[in-house]
Design a protein around this ligand. Structure first.
Ligand SMILES: Cc1cc2nc3c(=O)[nH]c(=O)nc-3n(C[C@H](O)[C@H](O)[C@H](O)COP(=O)(O)OP(=O)(O)OC[C@H]3O[C@@H](n4cnc5c(N)ncnc54)[C@H](O)[C@@H]3O)c2cc1C
Length: 414
């Protein structure tokens, strides 16, 4: 028999999801004195998309993808094996409605890119402040991000984007092939040139989120792990009754009451939003990473410390401490599919071998995650239709970069 227990307490806030967005939101609210409870279906924080991402805290990657140039490139990629973008054309209302909205956002390309840069720059201050205050070690490297271009055409196109990023307040400068090698001496290969952003950095999102969840607990935040939100109801303007399953679908069923809810459920936010009467059209855009274990001295010396972004392969890298090198990339529009495909992992390994031949790739840990992406590529940060409903979700390919700023912003509003 399910165990029902009613826990209706006024003025309490429930957060759904303990990824980077949920935990930064919990921290920002706890700092302001709120009574916060976090619900997470996994046993620990940061087990879904905030697990093994590219690691970049990158204002320099703020360009939104809603442009005709990107759409045309994407169409070409559809017919290329090993292309960074893969689209499963099978019919799905979710997929095609998302793509339609994505195209309708093209006129907002400029404004949305500038807004993303602004948010990314603001986020740094919050993130570094939190890590310092709470003593969180997350393999932070403040050595900048270097964008690499093999072809002049791509470099010239990037120069135009650079003007946009600069108008958002970012210091990002063009560098020659020789300057690139001076910035990151382990990098091999020929390049037309690059763009370097000294103020960007990298770190381990999983370590940070776990460390911050512990800091939240010290500040009185309650975490219910292994607890899935199954249903939410609200009577009139009154509190929300949340039906939760503890310990999986066969487990205990309980009911909790809260006055306010913040949805930070990553790719599940669309489903939760529909329970709350909102349409939040998040699509799961799949990506892959490998963590290369730098087990020997030659590999540790041959792997870069400066973070890289290869524009043609859409690959990003991060050095996570002395003995881990993360390489991430690719975008797959293929629904809620988390399978790790070896033909999508191979290009990441090949890329590592090509540019860092001194690094052994005998031990790499593959991973796949789903980016919670809105068609505008800007996160939804604000209230829903019903009183007491809030969202901090849909951060797409930049959740690690932006979360500290959006958590601050939602907490201020609440
Ligand atoms: C390959 C790849 C590389 C990336 N690289 C970068 C990068 O370099 N820099 C960057 O800034 N960003 C990067 N990102 C994006 C970034 O990782 C994400 O934007 C971010 O992790 C999303 O965090 P989140 O909190 O929204 O989602 P999640 O981390 O997925 O958290 C949502 C949580 O909600 C929980 N949940 C959902 N539904 C329920 C429910 N019903 N009940 C209880 N719990 C629920 C889930 O279990 C999950 O833990 C990358 C993403 C990928 C896939």
């Amino acid at each position: 028999m399910p165990n029902f227990h009613l826990d209706l307490v006024m003025s309490r806030i429930a957060i759904i999801g303990a990824g980077i967005t949920g935990v930064t939101t919990a921290y920002a609210l706890a700092e302001r004195g709120h009574d916060v409870t976090v619900f997470e279906r996994h046993r620990y924080a940061a087990m879904e998309t905030s697990f093994a991402n590219g690691g970049q805290l990158s204002a320099s990657n703020a360009e939104v993808w809603n442009s005709m140039a990107t759409v045309l490139k994407g169409l070409r990629w559809m017919f290329t094996r090993d292309a960074p973008l893969l689209l499963n054309p099978a019919p799905s209302w979710h997929k095609y409605s998302w793509m339609g909205e994505f195209l309708r956002q093209i006129p907002n390309y400029r404004a949305n890119t500038i807004e993303t840069v602004r948010l990314a720059i603001a986020a740094r201050e919050h993130l570094f402040g939190i890590a310092e205050r709470e003593g969180i070690d997350f393999d932070l490297e403040q050595r900048g991000i270097l964008h690499m271009y093999q072809q002049k055409k791509a470099f010239d196109a990037a120069a135009k984007v650079n003007l946009l990023l600069q108008s958002g307040g970012l210091d990002r400068r063009a560098v020659t092939g020789d300057e690139m090698r001076a910035i990151e001496p382990t990098l091999q290969g020929d390049f037309h040139g690059g763009f370097f952003t000294p103020s960007d950095s990298t770190g381990d999102i999983h370590k940070f989120t776990r460390g911050l969840a512990e800091a939240c607990e010290r500040r009185g935040v309650r975490f219910h792990y292994d607890t899935q939100i199954a249903n939410i109801e609200q009577r009139g303007d009154g509190p929300f009754a949340m039906r939760v399953l503890h310990g999986g679908s066969e487990g205990d069923e309980q009911q909790h009451g809260f006055e306010r809810i913040v949805v930070c459920a990553g790719v599940a936010s669309r489903e939760i939003a529909s329970m709350l009467g909102d349409h939040v059209n998040i699509y799961p855009v799949k990506g892959y990473s490998i963590t290369v274990c730098l087990d020997d001295a030659a590999s540790r010396e041959g792997a870069p410390w400066v973070s890289l972004l290869d524009e043609s392969a859409k690959i990003v890298t991060s050095r996570l401490g002395a003995d881990r090198f993360r390489v991430a990339g690719t975008a797959e529009i293929n629904g809620f599919n988390r399978d790790i495909r070896s033909d999508r992992i191979a290009p990441l390994v090949d890329w590592t071998r090509r540019y860092f031949p001194g690094v052994a790739t005998s031990r790499v840990i593959p991973w796949a995650g789903l980016r919670p992406m809105l068609p505008s590529m800007l996160p939804k940060v604000g209230s829903g239709k019903r009183r007491g409903v809030f969202y901090n979700t849909g951060h797409g390919h930049l959740g690690w970069t932006l979360s500290a700023a959006t958590a601050h912003s939602i907490a201020e509003r609440m």
